[in-house]
Design a protein. Structure first.
Length: 419
């Protein structure tokens, strides 16, 4: 923008004052335009597509070996009990095995394909956690901040952002206390309702533990973290993920569910093909409620293996173990489960299970490989996908928590299940 000043023929003090005023006004406009332009550029920049390097070429013989082994595993473990979903195995950005099976509705004609989104349940926590870490990386929060700094009425001293992320907050699980404290199950619970129950009904809430004394997996933590993202970013959780992750990564089939989408998403089913209906807990997000596809989740994996958004320090903090009271290979980072082997190798992963939806997202950092399985008909075989890790490295993996829980359940579904 250019501003012209007409020459002032008068040399009196009044004329000088007028020119000075005009000059000040012009400078103000220039500064304002520059600020608004920079702000617009920043908003545009965060939505620019992220371009990954081309996938590395793969040895044909090795590719065929892995694909054949994956197909044999699929037939023996998933196919025999009916996968209604998709599976994808990749290394260095190259898809080595991919398969889709079933229909979105049972029975139905809407065949599942690479563009069919599935509810990934607690795998959603990986997005919530990395959203918080992005805000931390940008200097907008500190992990040692207590939640009460942002929500002053939250009277739980010692509950920090870090203890929410690593499940050491000591808070009880909302999927139980909302019901036990008399919530009307004809009304949908919101994230704000969870926060207000914690504040107003604290004397009646049971099983509140001292923060940072032990690990206790709790969905309340991530419902609160979603509210924190909204508080700091001044965006709704769904818009924050869309602007910072889904759009830049080209995750065109990924979104955060809300009740207006109920008729548009695929229902979930138990192992007997009975539909699992929505209930009063289905409107809470942060701990669940992200829908995505195997290919979109591969884009998320590729981002996490790059330095295109997150720096090395942020990723190292996310993958550090925080529960060290007991010895063992299993642990939890900031939004990530992990298995730490004696040789120092780490398996970084998260599983999910909500209604009939279950999902597996396994990452082998040393080999830059991942295993993704998801579906909308409960299939406990999904959690055995850990067996495929041996195709890429020396990973002797025992059954995980979800696999053990699924086996004990005899495939009976509890709508409260959320892993």
């Amino acid at each position: 923008m250019s501003i012209k000043f007409l020459p002032n023929k008068s040399t009196n003090r009044r004329g000088i004052k007028i020119n000075a005023s005009i000059l000040l006004f012009g400078i103000t406009i220039l500064i304002s335009c520059n600020f608004n332009g920079n702000k617009k550029n920043q908003e545009t920049a965060e939505r620019q597509p992220i371009e990954f390097p081309a996938p590395l070429p793969f040895n044909n013989a090795e590719s065929l070996r892995i694909a054949k082994a994956c197909n044999n595993w699929y037939d023996s473990t998933l196919g025999s009990i009916g996968l209604n979903g998709g599976i994808l195995i990749a290394q260095n950005g190259t898809i080595l095995y991919e398969k889709y099976n079933g229909t979105g509705h049972l029975p139905g004609k809407d065949s599942i394909n690479a563009n069919t989104p599935f509810h990934i349940a607690s795998v959603s926590k990986t997005f919530t956690a990395m959203g918080i870490l992005l805000l931390k990386q940008e200097g907008k929060l500190q992990l040692e901040d207590e939640l009460s700094k942002y929500f002053p009425s939250f009277n739980y001293p010692g509950v920090t952002i870090r203890t929410l992320l690593n499940h050491r907050s000591g808070l009880p699980n909302y999927i139980y206390f909302m019901e036990s404290l008399g919530w009307d199950k004809n009304q949908m619970v919101t994230n704000e309702d969870v926060l207000q129950y914690l504040i107003t009904k604290k004397p009646a809430i049971q099983n509140i533990a001292t923060p940072n004394t032990h690990f206790s997996y709790c969905n309340t933590n991530y419902a609160l973290l979603a509210l924190l993202i909204e508080k700091i970013s001044k965006k709704k959780y769904a818009a924050f993920l869309k602007d910072n992750f889904f759009i830049p990564l080209g995750m065109k089939n990924s979104f955060v569910f809300d009740l207006s989408m109920s008729k548009d998403v695929s229902p979930s089913y138990n192992w007997k093909n009975d539909v699992m209906v929505f209930n009063f807990l289905d409107n809470v997000y942060g701990d669940k409620n992200i829908y995505t596809t195997p290919r979109d989740l591969l884009q998320w994996e590729r981002l996490l293996n790059s330095n295109l958004i997150f720096n090395k320090e942020t990723l190292a903090e996310a993958y550090s173990p925080y529960s060290i009271e007991k010895t063992g290979t299993k642990n939890y980072g900031l939004g990530w489960r992990m298995t730490i082997f004696p040789n120092g190798k780490k398996l970084i992963y998260h599983n999910g299970w909500w209604h009939g939806n279950n999902a597996v997202f396994i990452r082998m950092l040393d080999e830059n490989a991942c295993i993704i399985v998801m579906g909308n008909k409960f299939n406990r075989g999904l959690y055995k996908a850990r067996q495929l890790c041996s195709l890429f490295g020396s990973y002797s993996v025992a059954p995980d928590e979800e696999e053990a829980a699924a086996a004990k359940s005899s495939e009976k579904q509890d709508f409260h299940q959320l892993k």
